[in-house]
Design a protein around this ligand. Structure first.
Ligand code: F6P
Length: 322
């Protein structure tokens, strides 16, 4: 096995709280193994511009508790092309990088797989608030985003209650409903609308709200995943159909910031350690995943071939609580 001397780490795709914890863990675990550790600024875009900086243990002080990514992230069209991937490989060779750790979602892992196919050893760490990484039950940032959204909705519920209104809150998640489902159940929403489960606005939403009003409810919360519609449009329709004064809130990017929760910090730290351990054992082209309550490594190609379906049964179960 080729002796490992230098490793690099980058963050890719949407940033997520906890990414800094993973970076800190990779850097310090790598240094402890005697490796030189390089941070790649601005994801694959920065890699193509040779933006690699050697890191020491002090470079990752005081970042564990900070949201965002100290390495920054950026999307790169050039890297999507074979020529860009070849250029990335050459740049890594110029710096003498023996293995690259990519912190991001499945899109970032597909780029990592392309690199592995032209001879660059890679390891993936799931980091996206969407929690839509097909091979892992959890991705870094999801738990923090859920708690951020939940705190915001608890506040919105107070004003909805004062004005006897319905509030439609749109949460992130791209095409997935993981954030919406966990937040919807957590805040006791009357309706939780996700892309994975078809719904009829009149039957499933308006009827539920009117039934609630007949039961004496004076305010209502509807949580809507961005992949299932627009809160602004839905609020207008609900008010028109039900006559209930309705307001829309798009939580947006507040869900991407904030200090990571203990869960995200712990998961990110353990995943960073495992990523470097894989490299030290010559186990390349793996994804570090959280599956069935354990953190383990699985083959990158197999990970990307997996599919993950959101279990919506919890929503049905809690419906009786509305
Ligand atoms: O993938 C994370 C995410 O926040 C999604 O939930 C959201 O739809 C998307 O990123 C927004 O992308 P951008 O930051 O490029 O606007």
């Amino acid at each position: 096995m080729k002796e490992i001397k230098k490793i690099a780490v980058l963050t890719s795709g949407g940033d997520a709280p906890g990414m800094n914890a993973a970076i800190r863990s990779v850097v310090r675990t790598g240094l402890k193994k005697g490796y030189e550790v390089y941070g790649v600024k601005r994801g694959y875009h920065g890699l193509l511009n040779g933006e690699l900086e050697q890191m020491n243990t002090r470079d990752v002080s005081e970042i564990l508790q900070r949201g965002g990514t100290m390495l920054m992230t950026a999307r790169s069209k050039e890297f999507m092309e074979e020529a860009g991937q070849q250029k990335a490989k050459e740049i890594l060779e110029v710096f003498g990088i023996d293995a690259l750790i990519v912190i991001g979602g499945d899109g970032s892992f597909r780029g990592a797989l392309d690199l592995s196919r032209i001879g660059v050893p890679v390891i993936g760490i799931p980091g996206t608030i969407d929690n839509d990484v097909s091979s892992s039950d959890f991705s870094i940032g999801f738990d923090t985003a859920v708690n951020t959204a939940l705190q915001a909705i608890d506040r919105i519920r107070e004003t909805a209650s004062s004005h006897e209104r319905c509030s439609v809150i749109e949460v992130m998640g791209r095409d997935a409903g993981y954030i919406a489902m966990e937040v919807g159940i957590g805040c006791g929403a009357e309706c939780v609308l996700i892309p994975e489960v078809a719904f009829d606005l009149e039957q499933d939403v308006c009827q539920t709200l009117l039934t609630g009003r007949n039961m004496g409810k004076h305010h209502f919360i509807v949580v809507l995943a961005e992949g299932a519609g627009s809160a602004v449009e839905m609020a207008q329709k609900i008010e028109k159909i039900t006559g209930i004064e309705t307001r829309a809130t798009v939580l947006g990017y507040v869900q991407r910031g904030g200090s990571p929760t203990a869960f995200d910090r712990m998961m990110a730290s353990l995943m960073g350690i495992m990523a470097v351990e894989c490299i030290s054992k010559g186990k390349f082209n793996r994804v570090i995943v959280h599956r069935d309550g354990k953190i383990k490594d699985i083959d990158l190609e197999k990970a990307l071939a997996m599919s993950k379906t959101l279990y919506a049964g919890s929503m049905d179960a809690v419906r009786q609580l509305f």
